[in-house]
Design a binder for this molecule. Structure first.
Ligand SMILES: *[C@@H]1O[C@H](CO)[C@@H](O)[C@H](O)[C@H]1NC(C)=O
Length: 338
């Protein structure tokens, strides 16, 4: 009698573990039980859709065309603090898109840092932006810009990485420096990043369990970030409820796993070279002195190794500089300067 009960128990336990480790299927936009499609989308050659939002002047009138990549837990509907005067002065056209799995863009289980560049290239082509365009990436969205610098440099007019997220396991970063900056993160972040890195199969379960904290906002925002949040009534995105509507695994978790959990196809220090040897474009990296999310030292190191990157360090600012009008304008003007 004992053996069958034991077997039944073991099978039940395995079943439970399997359920806990396996993410539920995504709710794909436009499918029978998924959210509706409400945004413009392009269809990529592999059948996936990318949703986008155009911002600024109509693209036919634009003097500069910029593709912008949002960060973690954000989307194409991120808040941009651009005044109408500023938009008109520069005849600015920005297209923001939901990175794969976010908002209304189809999930892409095979996504990686490399695939981001090709999503951007296809988006540009489907929208007829021309042979060359600018790119800006924010925080985790900056990895898409590193990807563009590596894989489609000849499509770029300029690139800007704003408070770019880092991978603590890039082989080019001295391990003492990685470790020192990693240890400054809250324990809950260290644990979560380690799980993403070493046991990615456990990551979905980890992000759904309620016993241990994971990636909370506590302590991640400096005073100037909190001021920006207050100014915007906590609303950094016009459609926050849509950001993860297809499933947190398809959006947040895959983002983290692609950028932190997996080995990059290239190393931003070892494997990049100046995309503008003739000086017909520029690359900018923006860091903030009070950023608690991204360690400034790692980005400083990348900029030091690449003299062709123009490095900007904003004093008394934190992770949310893109949402601050003054910094936003500075970022755009630097990118477009000739
Ligand atoms: C995503 O952002 C929203 C709004 O700021 C916040 O309420 C939510 O906790 C965030 N989710 C994660 C997983 O960070």
């Amino acid at each position: 009698m004992i053996a069958p009960i034991g077997v039944a128990f073991a099978v039940g336990l395995l079943g439970w573990v399997y359920q806990a480790l396996k993410p539920s299927p995504p709710k794909i936009c436009g499918s029978a039980n998924g959210p509706p499609v409400t945004s413009s989308r392009v269809k990529l050659n592999d059948g996936r859709h990318l949703a986008y939002r155009e911002f600024g002047v109509p693209k036919e009138e634009a003097q500069c065309k910029i593709i912008m990549c949002h960060g973690y837990n954000s989307s194409k509907d991120m808040y941009l603090p651009a005044s109408q005067e500023f938009i008109d002065e520069l005849k600015l056209y920005i297209v923001l898109y939901d990175r794969a799995g976010y908002g209304e863009s189809d999930p892409y289980p095979a996504r990686s840092v490399k695939s981001e560049a090709f999503d951007i290239q296809e988006l540009a082509d489907k929208l007829h932006l021309g042979t060359k365009f600018y790119v800006i990436g924010c925080s985790m969205g900056a990895s898409s810009v590193w990807s563009c610098l590596k894989y489609i440099p000849d499509r770029l007019l300029g690139a800007s990485l704003v408070v770019p997220f880092v991978n603590y396991w890039w082989s080019s970063v001295p391990s003492a420096l990685s470790l020192q900056t990693f240890r400054r993160l809250p324990q809950s972040y260290q644990r979560t990043y380690r799980i993403a890195r070493y046991t990615p199969w456990l990551y979905h379960w980890w992000m759904t369990q309620k016993w241990f904290p994971t990636l909370g906002a506590d302590g991640m925002f400096c005073d100037s970030d909190l001021e920006i949040l207050k100014r915007l009534s906590g609303c950094l995105n016009h459609e926050q409820e849509k950001v993860t509507q297809q499933g947190k695994h398809e959006s947040l978790n895959r983002d983290m796993l692609a950028i932190l959990g997996a080995k990059w196809e290239f190393d931003p220090i070892l494997d990049l070279s100046n995309p503008f040897p003739n000086n017909d474009g520029s690359v900018h990296l923006w860091s903030s002195s009070e950023d608690h999310v991204v360690p400034i030292e790692l980005n400083r190191l990348i900029a030091e190794k690449h003299p062709w990157i123009q490095y900007h360090e904003v004093p008394d600012a934190g992770h949310l500089i893109i949402h601050d009008a003054e910094n936003f304008e500075a970022i755009i003007r630097a990118l477009l300067a000739r």
